[in-house]
Write a protein that binds this ligand. Structure first.
Ligand code: UD1
Ligand code: CA
Length: 463
């Protein structure tokens, strides 16, 4: 096959999105939708990718660069959106020095996969065509450009819906927008297109007629999976396309050996990794750079963002983890909140209504109920009783709490940081600890107990 570069058109604002944000930045499966055509083009063998940006071009380019740090990704700016033909023309400089075929893709068609693009490139090569268009049949072709073929089956012209006559309107083979062109021929034809159409725009599709008139072969490959070519124009389309993507991602994980109790309600972003024999319950959301090991159980409603889980971890229902690292065999939740910078050690246990922020624990440490720990370092075999609070903030600065191996923190204790509880030390329930506790010591702060026999009965009588 010939060398191939790709041009991804992503300059439009997408008026129908009714958004301040450029359309290609709206997310599908946790990635800006423009990420997907670039990924597919790269995976189909395109060597250089030019993204044509316009609206919020700087932001779009920055996001894309971050997502493909290693690819030969270039950006071309189309200051005014004068049409798809004009957009491709804007990529001319960025394609300098490249010779071969140019694949044109739209930034708002995220479901189109690399396998289809590879097959399309093969078809184009086999047909020995100068240009090829990817078309599809739609029961309702409204809104799309219609594909007109000549008697020998090659494509002669593409007419935009608004420029069709009554007969052309009846054609149900439509242009997907994906095209493959010999680079030299493409740019020589683009130099000839005008704006003589209903929208007064430079249409890429007008290149086809110019090529046909020059007796160049334009082949048309009709794709039998039109869902892949679904474009996003408004937020209703966005939801439909995102739903299809979600379904595909779930299918892929199930095929790789992950059990999804209810794929319909499971949200797994692009780029997540999950080990096999992991089981995921209903309503679970896995986002960002989350990595999950083998044999884990993630129960209903858990939300994990940038979480890193080793093997055999049990996340109980409705727990939220953000940028936390959980070591092998640990248990979290139900209703636990793990905030950024937290590392839970092996076989440790974080129970219900526990919030941890920037906490590191050793092995087999238990923080089982109703606790807030922030900026704390816990050793191994520590037991933190219910209702424990690290007072880590004095209103200005944050301070650290250190709890060494084997220490026992009695329920309802406050540890006023900076403070260290020594190895094996014992804190009596209800204590407020303001000074370091030596290893193996007992520390209790408690008001003396006061009792008066029979007083309650007398008191009630008086009232
Ligand atoms: C286009 C095709 C139509 C096809 C349809 C499929 C043309 C003239 N028409 O129409 O045949 O059936 O797609 O979805 O090509 N863009 C730019 N700069 C511009 C104009 C557009 O970057 O000046 C980008 C948009 O951001 C978008 C893509 O090109 O990603 C398509 O543009 P759009 O205006 O949506 O084209 P359609 O009218 O849908
Ligand atoms: Ca469109």
């Amino acid at each position: 096959m010939r060398k191939c570069a790709a041009v991804v058109l992503a300059a439009g604002l997408g008026t129908r999105m009714k958004s301040k944000k450029a359309k290609v930045l709206h997310e599908v499966a946790g990635r800006p939708m423009g990420y997907f055509p670039v990924k597919a083009a790269l995976a189909s063998g395109a060597s250089r990718i030019v993204v044509v940006v316009g609206h919020q071009g700087e932001i779009v380019a920055e996001k894309m660069r971050g997502l493909f740090p290693k690819a030969d990704l270039r950006f071309a700016t189309q200051d005014k959106q004068l049409g798809t033909g004009h957009a491709v023309l804007s990529a001319k400089k960025a394609l300098a020095g490249f010779d071969g075929d140019v694949l044109v893709l739209y930034g708002d068609v995220p479901l189109l996969g690399a396998a289809t693009l590879r097959a399309f490139r093969k078809y184009h090569a086999k047909e020995k065509a100068t240009a090829s268009v990817l078309s599809m049949y739609f029961d309702d072709p409204t809104g799309y450009g219609r594909v007109l073929r000549n008697p020998d089956g090659n494509v002669e012209r593409i007419v935009e819906e608004r420029d069709t006559d009554e007969d052309e309107k009846m054609i149900d083979e439509v242009n997907s927008g994906v095209g493959l062109f010999d680079k030299k021929v493409l740019f020589s034809a683009l130099a000839k297109i005008g704006t003589n159409n209903d929208q007064g725009e430079y249409y890429l599709t007008d290149v086809i007629e110019i090529l046909a008139k020059r007796k160049k072969k334009v082949a048309g490959w009709c794709h039998d999976e039109p869902v892949e070519l679904m474009g996003i124009n408004d937020r209703a389309d966005l939801a439909v396309v995102a739903g299809v993507m979600r379904h595909w991602i779930c299918l892929e994980w199930m095929k790789k050996g992950v059990t999804l109790t209810d794929p319909e309600s499971t949200f797994i972003d692009e780029g997540i990794r999950i080990g096999n024999d992991t089981e995921i319950g209903p309503g679970v959301c896995l986002k960002g750079a989350t990595r999950i090991g083998k044999g884990c159980l993630i129960e209903a409603g858990a939300h994990l963002t940038d979480a890193v889980l080793a093997d055999e971890i049990h996340i109980k229902p409705y727990s939220v983890i953000e940028d936390g690292k959980i070591a092998k065999g640990a248990q979290i939740g139900p209703f636990a909140r793990i905030r950024p910078g937290t590392q839970v050690g092996p076989i440790s246990k974080v129970g219900n209504f526990v919030e941890l922020k920037k906490v590191k624990t050793g092995r087999n440490t238990k923080i089982s109920h109703l606790t807030y720990l922030g900026d704390a370092e816990l050793g191994s075999n520590v037991n933190v009783g219910a209702g424990t609070i690290t007072c880590n903030y004095d209103g200005v600065n944050k301070f650290k709490t250190i709890i060494k191996d084997g220490a026992f923190i009695g329920s309802d204790s406050q540890l006023v940081a900076p403070v260290t509880v020594g190895k094996g030390a014992y804190i009596g329930s209800g204590s407020t600890i303001t000074k370091d506790v030596p290893a193996e010591a007992l520390a209790v702060t408690r008001a003396p107990l006061f009792q008066k026999k029979g007083y309650a009965k007398k008191y009630r009588k008086k009232k």
